[in-house]
Write a protein that binds this ligand. Sequence first.
Ligand code: ZN
Length: 128
Amino acid sequence: MEEISAHALKGCFDSSEDEIWIPDLRHIIWPNRDFLGWIHPSGHLGYVVLVSPQDGGLTGVVMRRLLRSSARVRLDMCCLCHHVHRLDGTAMFTVTEKGSQGRRTIANVVCKNLDCSLRLRNLVWTSV
Ligand SMILES: [Zn+2]
């Protein structure tokens, strides 16, 4: 993807600007990204920004993140990049469906740091 400014990132979310935390963008290697994903420093929110292949428009999604930990050895597969993680490599991300007044949510198991683009390019070291 091409570089996106912090101002443009903040503008692509439905949520109010106060709820959106933007990371330091100076260290991002944009051509290595199919989408931009990052985690709020508190760890409870994940952000994803997608670029439309048709018109280049940006769409931002804020998700709640629930880390999944277990004492048992367990394999989990990310539903986006299909990377298989052993222990604590994934998290459950949920989004409330629009118009449902908070009654319906969509949940998926995804790489816990939303670094799927880097995993697809084998740019993240992993033990599995
Ligand atoms: Zn992934």
